[in-house]
Design a protein around this ligand. Sequence first.
Ligand code: NAP
Length: 365
Amino acid sequence: MSDEQIDVLLFGLGAIGSFYSFILSRSNRVRLSVVARSNYDAVKSRVCLLPRCIVPGYTELADDEYVQGFIIDSQNHGRHTVTPFKVVRTPAEANQTYDYVVCAHKAIDQEAAVAQLAPVIDQDRTTIVLIQNGVGNEEPFRKAYPRSTIITCVTWTGATQVEPGLVQHTKSENMQIGLFPNDSADQSVEHSRLDTFASLLTAGGTVFQAIDDIQRQRWEKVVWNAAWNSLTTLTLLDTRSWLDSSPEAMPITRRLMHEVIAVGRACGVSTLDDDIVDKLINRILGMPGIGSSMQTDYKEGRPLEVDAILGYPFRKSKELGLSTPTLDTIYAIVMGVDRRWVCPLNLVIIEWIEKCTISDTRPSW
Ligand SMILES: NC(=O)c1ccc[n+]([C@@H]2O[C@H](COP(=O)([O-])OP(=O)(O)OC[C@H]3O[C@@H](n4cnc5c(N)ncnc54)[C@H](OP(=O)(O)O)[C@@H]3O)[C@@H](O)[C@H]2O)c1
């Protein structure tokens, strides 16, 4: 496949989807299509090639100053406009199958996403790539497309879509990739598809590692997310302020992390050890206080990635007869919080909280 054109579909063109679309588009072998949802009009109609298009008040542009696509503004890679081959609202609209379908949507209602992707997947050709937080994300894909190769990725890249079609990327950039095992598949095909995807990331100039023990990485990231996403969302504090809020905060955080690690180990990830807790605590203490994507989703009234981050570990804990009281409690409360949108009054309260907040991560009270 080395010189052949590779058809890639990016599903979930938000912050991470746009960043990795940009990376993949840098290989001249890739023909990139994207499924855009709320940002469809911005990406499909035309955005400006020139930086001045985002200067407030600027309205008039000459025709040759526009191009279809989206903008990546990266502290590592500079500012680029990406012009996909196809921009579609739904996978069905693409009207073709793909070599790689890269999923970077929020891990919310994974079953619905799996069903939507049916028209673009040819199980004997298509490799599914998942770039999402959470654990258990691969299972609905394996169930629906048992012959497809699945590459599962853990990203530590930091990006935000600041307006439709404009994504800012910080200096954080790293990803681990690996195969989700399929014992009934031809292993040489599985590995060559992984190698091809790795070669595209290399051509795109991003930082990543291909590793065998990818589930260990997924669980390590979920230990991080289970703690910081949940606790910053429930308290509306940044990580520092939470840890400083009472003498109980640190032990509760550590207990939650240890319980998620115990579930991961019981699920067969034997390399997941308790030292991760110290490592992750030291990492957060070395950073300024941060919020989390779940906290941002909460404030913006969007559904939370509660199932992939807490729900799967919780269910596995029950199935395996483990005792995880902190995880159980936090999961139940975050589930309740996730249902806030059923009561419109809650959204009014959230809006009011937003108005009283100095920044995303540092509430004024
Ligand atoms: N951003 C980061 O710095 C970061 C870092 C590490 C990991 N992650 C993980 O990366 C994944 C993507 O996050 P993100 O920050 O890129 O999110 P995002 O900016 O909110 O983008 C998500 C994109 O997927 C679409 N989408 C959301 N839910 C969907 C669904 N159920 N089905 C189909 N499309 C859906 C959204 O469309 P709409 O705009 O229409 O909602 C949006 O285009 C998440 O699992 C996140 O936890 C993010």
